[in-house]
Design a protein around this ligand. Sequence first.
Ligand code: NAD
Ligand code: GLY
Length: 370
Amino acid sequence: MLSVPVGLGDRAYEVLIGTRLLDRAGETLLPHLPRKRTAIVTDQTVCDHHGERLAAALEAAGIAVLEVIALPPGEQTKSFEYLADLSDRLLALNLDRGDAIVAFGGGVVGDLAGFAAAIYKRGIDFIQIPTTLLAQVDSSVGGKTAIDTPRGKNMIGAFHQPRLVLADLDVLATLPQRELAAGYAEVIKYGLLGDAEFFAWLEEHGAEVMARKSGPLAHAVARSVQMKAQIVAEDEREAGRRGLLNLGHTFAHALETETGHGGALLHGEAVGAGCALAFRFSAALGLCSQADADRATRGVAASGLPTQLDQVAGHPFNVDRLIAHMGQDKKAEGGKLTFILARSIGDAFIAKGVEPGPLRDFLIAEGAVP
Ligand code: NAD
Ligand code: GLY
């Protein structure tokens, strides 16, 4: 088992990465549950696969599982409706500030349960047990919690750090291959944004990660979490450097909005395409070499992720609609667009005030239509 510290002073915590962690979850969680009771928040699919095992492990350590709250799987659960439902169910259990809840699932469960924990009785602790690759390498670490509204994704939320993250690689065995690939997009993102050596390692070993070979999978998760933990410790509230984690996200956000945040395009798939587009946009602006942009595109494509607009449902996209969605992005300031662009593989930077003209030309060259 590897422990990656997230250095946030009195809110510091560990991300534990390894195998067979679920079976030992009772003893691991015990120090964080002084009242020896908790509620598990999960989704129905995760519950069906692994819920009993987690509940049994906690109960074997003397922790009372007051309820396993299994919500419907899918992005639509990150809503006011389910936030209200979940909050009410936690209140009915009479949990108080001395308790902690467990978020057991992918990014949807983690974001929703984390936000509920942030506002429940003005804030209780929570523990993340992420079950998708995306959640293990990204969403469970760093304390961003949120729900969506009809006006946009993650628009209502809070920073609320978990007390512990338990990333058991064994639970990924039941994850559909498409979801694994979506999580792999976030793994590649770390190499592209800040670690050229890691990207080169992924070029060589990515197929083994995608085949869930335990050694390469563990390395990919661990290196990703180390990078995220370091960035979060430096810039918890995204005043600067944390923005690099949004590589690919401005393009991704626009594509997800066009495709309707459903099953047609998963968040990680959009991020994969977005990373390739961000590198090609950087090359079009003369910031990075075409060779690096091609290499980034190949790296994303190798795992079966989309890299071109014509591989995304909804193609051909209207260029002005895409740019309008980018203007709604949380990073946009005063109508000016912010992108994470790159000088080379492993060297991304935050570019504020990107002009719409060159962006429009680029998107049209990529297949968007006027
Ligand atoms: P998800 O939570 O919807 O999970 C994907 C699917 O996999 C679901 O159907 C789920 O039931 C299923 N599943 C989960 N674990 C499984 C397992 N072990 N075996 C079988 N099936 C399993 O999606 P996700 O990709 O994990 O997360 C996406 C969400 O994360 C988005 O809402 C996104 O906004 C958010 N996100 C948040 C952050 C953050 O920093 N908070 C970062 C990135 C993404
Ligand atoms: N997923 C981006 C962040 O946590 O900042």
